[in-house]
Design a protein around this ligand. Structure first.
Ligand SMILES: Cc1cc2nc3c(=O)[nH]c(=O)nc-3n(C[C@H](O)[C@H](O)[C@H](O)COP(=O)(O)O)c2cc1C
Length: 201
């Protein structure tokens, strides 16, 4: 590799590090300021570059905006009630929670033809979501990956047109930031280099 190529790679790595460090889970976004549909579509195309064993392309993305966000909350609230939720405050909160951001992107994984494939499809969609979060950060958007009861809600899945066999991996809030997210220091990762075992004496 030439010196120029090496320094180009170094610069690209520095940009990626900066984007990854800047990405924070944050709902401090303007719920009224729209995100252009073409930007959302661009983020989804970046997401779909994630690695994917057996090339099953398992991602299912559903973009929820406007009043459909209320319908999404209503669907979740109905499933909470059906599941026996008795706290009215929790149900009321579910009804309006998706209005906190202009875009809620539901990311789901298709079932595989066997258990391991279903697991790996889910892994691929998780990788796609992180790729999307990084792209959203690079575009200046705030984001938050959520799951909770909504990820297992049949009414939510039906509303967004998913197959009952699909797995919702995340509901990603996207919007333009209105304040800096809190810093979230992370511990050093557990990293060890493995030595070859000593040959038997
Ligand atoms: C699979 C998954 C599910 C998550 N679900 C939620 C959620 O339901 N609500 C929420 O506030 N954050 C959720 N998060 C975000 C994490 O809480 C967040 O990543 C963590 O606090 C670290 O903060 P950071 O993303 O700013 O580094 C989820 C993250 C992942 C990976």
């Amino acid at each position: 590799m030439t010196d120029t190529a090496a320094s180009d790679h170094h610069a690209v790595l520095e940009v990626l590090e900066r984007v990854a460090e800047q990405r924070r889970s944050s709902l401090r976004v303007d719920p009224e300021r729209p995100v252009p549909p073409e930007l959302v579509a661009r983020l989804v195309r970046v997401a779909a570059t994630a690695p994917n064993h057996k090339k099953t392309f398992p991602w299912r993305f559903r973009v929820v905006t406007g009043d459909a966000r209320t319908a999404l909350g209503e669907a979740l609230a109905e499933d909470l009630i059906a599941a026996g939720e008795e706290n009215p405050a929790k149900v009321a909160k579910a009804r309006v929670k998706y209005r906190r951001a202009p875009v809620v992107l539901v990311a789901a994984a298709a079932a595989g033809t066997h258990e391991v494939m279903t697991e790996e499809n889910r892994d691929a969609v998780a990788a796609a979501i992180q790729t999307l979060l990084l792209a959203a950060t690079a575009a200046g958007l705030g984001s938050l990956w959520s799951t909770g009861a909504a990820a297992r809600s049949p009414r939510v899945a039906e509303l967004v047109g998913l197959d009952p066999a699909d797995t919702v991996v995340g509901l990603v809030y996207l919007g333009w930031p209105v304040g800096a997210p809190d810093a979230a220091p992370r511990p050093e990762p557990d990293l060890q280099w493995v030595e070859a075992p000593a040959p038997p004496s």
